[in-house]
Ligand binder design. Sequence first.
Ligand SMILES: [Zn+2]
Length: 203
Amino acid sequence: MNRRQLLLGAGPLALCAESGDSPVEVPVVCLTNAFAATKPEAVRAFQAGVWREAVRTFADCGVHLRVTERAGEILKYPSWRPRFVGLERGQVNVVLTDTIPMDWDHGRQLAGGSTVYEGYVVCVISMKLARGFGLPLLAMNTVVHELLHVFLGDVFEPRGGRVRRYGREARVDWEATRMWLGADAAAVRAAARAHLLRMQKLR
Ligand SMILES: [Zn+2]
């Protein structure tokens, strides 16, 4: 019996079936920054740890990530703003790198960030700072957290004030914790379906 079954008395797939809606398949373009200063063993550890946990957690909740891997680059414009190479329009692009571009990070040592940038939906993940699930509501899987910001449509909303930003973070962490614990993730599947419709409009 795994942690979820222990806590909730039922497997996540059973819960998905009970909710009456079908699984969703979401294409994800995964690009590894060719210029990332990340050692091969750190990349392997990220893939076997945080990344695998994220894919499995979504799958357990009925959201199957269909991942296409390709090479990518994060360059800089003369203004020092990041310039991403290899992104695909109308898809969620997950860019794996060593550190989040300074423009987005502002010295906060972020593990991840998501936004719509130059018309592309982008999540940037720091392979060295990303973490897996730890404590409920406190330590989220970074990839799950960032993809939820995209699926829930947060990246399309104006940044807003502190209260609004806090509300978005709390909602994402709440849904991520529910996913991790194997609670019914109907809201996440509905968000994934809404995301697919939004992506169609962006193409
Ligand atoms: Zn967040």
